[in-house]
Design a protein around this ligand. Structure first.
Ligand code: BYC
Length: 496
């Protein structure tokens, strides 16, 4: 049984309810019907969400899309695939099953039972973490709003929309927590999540990367590779949270997140595959010739990679952060795979080296481990990012080409943390402003690069057809053929 929280409200989750109740207006496995007040609050938020979706969600008019919908949270068979009109997608509230024996794995409350209610002393911090997480979800949908107009295929269009509806559901997940556990303030925060907008000068999204434009599909693939991967790691730390409803929510979100990163990994890989084919066929690496031949030159792919990787690195916060130390000690946010770590899970005596820039040189400083936990997480992320790059380079290696893509140095183009006041080249040299200015055009996408990429982005809406700049995938979605009619456009969409 869940204990009432300190706002006096009874939180909804009552235990494992593996099957999701689709008879409800808001599908859920948290027994929403048993909490009328919460149900009313969510039902009054629902039309605002739908208005937001209509105004700032996918712009391309569609009849229906072959989408995955969560139907259960158990280990097997959690998803159902079918053509559904997007505005009738069953966004809902799904938590992973509860482990009634779960105890807190780290921090000063280690060993105590996981919390089913919000402890008053951590209310503000928990609400902040949930709000930041919630803010990113609709932001990404806003960023990707216009991409449908230039989709390279129906397969890719469907993947874009799948990512969009699931980010919408992740917003629901955070709104549920805010409304169920944080009273009036939580309801107000839930409203704000729809009012801040990506790139809005007066009311921007909270974190930097979520105010950048997603200009084209190459950037979308880089976003789902690098930025969604930050999502994976941040959700992985919140999945360890002592606050059990947050942990269970994030655990289920991570299931959906895997497909988003698949879209990024395979998307970039298919771009590289096409470029490599043309490089071999035409025996050239010349950018202008390759663009003329309808593919994206590797230098441009590298610039997009440099950009998205560096803004995503900023999402981990500072290398030295008292915030993260406090979150960890309180039990709000753990480490990646906390329970598999072989240490005392309190870390008071531990230290680690952090790289800083001093007088134009990299220096190492030893800091308490607790304050370096953003870096601990970022290191896991960097190692994971490198795997995809290796996979992309395999295309080049297989074709016998000498060029390689690479992750720029962790200090390159940073706005947050210890590198943010220095100029650092992609190959990891501290340089002066003049050298930065002289070279930045070859490191980050120029307007001209984005324009050249955009010029290639012509929509392909015939089943099985693909744009020149991207190879078809090896297999379709859910065992359907690649040439399946994944999306039925509305009449207006066809002429868009
Ligand atoms: N931009 O101590 P610091 C996802 C702020 S993505 C702007 O260095 P801290 C998704 C910071 O808020 C995952 N501001 O860092 C992906 C703080 O401000 P306050 C999203 C930034 O607090 C794709 C101040 O600077 N989830 O799910 O240890 C599609 C000093 O901060 C930035 C989360 O992030 C920035 N980049 O860590 C869809 C998890 N970085 O509080 C979805 C929840 C820092 O002093 N959030 N600041 O006013 C957190 O755990 C932490 O807030 C952060 C920052 C990791 C973001």
């Amino acid at each position: 049984m869940s204990a009432p929280d300190r706002t006096g409200r009874a939180p909804a989750p009552t235990g494992p309810l593996s099957t999701i109740d689709y008879s409800e207006r808001i599908p859920n496995n948290v027994n929403l019907a048993g909490d009328r007040k919460l149900q009313r609050a969510l039902e009054s938020w629902q039309p605002k969400f739908l208005d937001w979706w209509k105004a700032l969600g996918p712009a391309l008019p569609t009849k229906d899309v072959y989408l995955r919908t969560a139907i259960a949270v158990g280990r097997d068979g959690w998803a159902h695939f079918d053509h559904v009109p997007m505005e009738r997608y069953r966004w809902g509230i799904f938590l992973a099953e509860q482990d009634p024996e779960r105890t807190i794995a780290f921090g000063q409350h280690k060993g105590e039972p996981a919390w089913q209610a919000v402890p008053g002393e951590y209310r503000a911090e928990l609400m902040r973490l949930i709000t930041v997480q919630g803010d990113t979800e609709p932001a990404s949908v806003e960023q990707q709003r216009v991409l449908g107009a230039t989709a390279p295929s129906l397969y890719d269009l469907r993947n874009l929309f799948q990512v969009n509806v699931e980010e919408g559901r992740h917003l629901w997940a955070m709104v549920y927590l805010l409304q169920a556990y944080f009273g009036r303030e939580g309801r107000e925060e839930a409203e704000q999540l729809l009012k801040r907008n990506s790139g809005d000068l007066d009311s921007p999204r909270i974190l930097g990367a979520f105010n950048e434009e997603t200009t084209d599909w190459l950037q979308f693939f880089m976003f789902t590779y690098f930025t969604d991967r930050d999502g994976k790691y941040q959700l992985g730390t919140l999945k360890e949270s002592a606050f059990d409803p947050l942990a269970r929510t994030c655990e289920f979100m991570l299931k959906e997140e895997a497909h988003h990163m698949f879209v990024g990994t395979t998307g970039v890989q298919r771009v590289v595959e096409r470029t490599v084919q043309k490089m071999v066929e035409l025996d050239t690496a010349d950018q202008a010739v390759l663009l003329q031949a309808g593919v994206i030159p590797l230098e441009v792919v590298q610039k997009y990679l440099n950009f998205q990787y560096s803004v995503s690195m900023d999402l981990f916060g500072s290398e030295r952060s008292t915030n993260v130390a406090a979150y960890y000690t309180a039990g709000l946010k753990g480490r990646w795979q906390e329970t598999r770590r072989k240490d005392d899970h309190e870390l008071h005596a531990d230290t680690r080296e952090v790289t800083l820039v001093r007088d134009g040189h990299f220096v190492q400083e030893t800091v308490p481990m607790l304050t370096a936990l953003n870096l601990d997480l970022r290191d896991e992320y960097v190692a994971d990012c490198a795997n995809g790059v290796r996979r992309w380079n395999q295309e080049l290696e297989n074709a016998g080409l000498p060029q390689r893509l690479f992750l720029p140095h962790e200090g390159f183009h940073r706005k947050v943390g210890s590198y943010s006041s220095s100029c650092i080249s992609p190959d990891g040299r501290v340089i002066d402003q003049a050298e930065w200015d002289a070279n930045v055009d070859s490191w980050l996408p120029l307007d001209a690069d984005r324009a050249a990429v955009s010029a290639l982005m012509v929509a392909h809406y015939e089943p099985g057809e693909f744009a020149s700049w991207i190879a078809p995938p090896k297999t379709g979605i859910n065992d359907q053929p690649v040439e399946f009619d994944y999306v039925h456009l509305a009449e207006e969409g066809l002429t868009a």
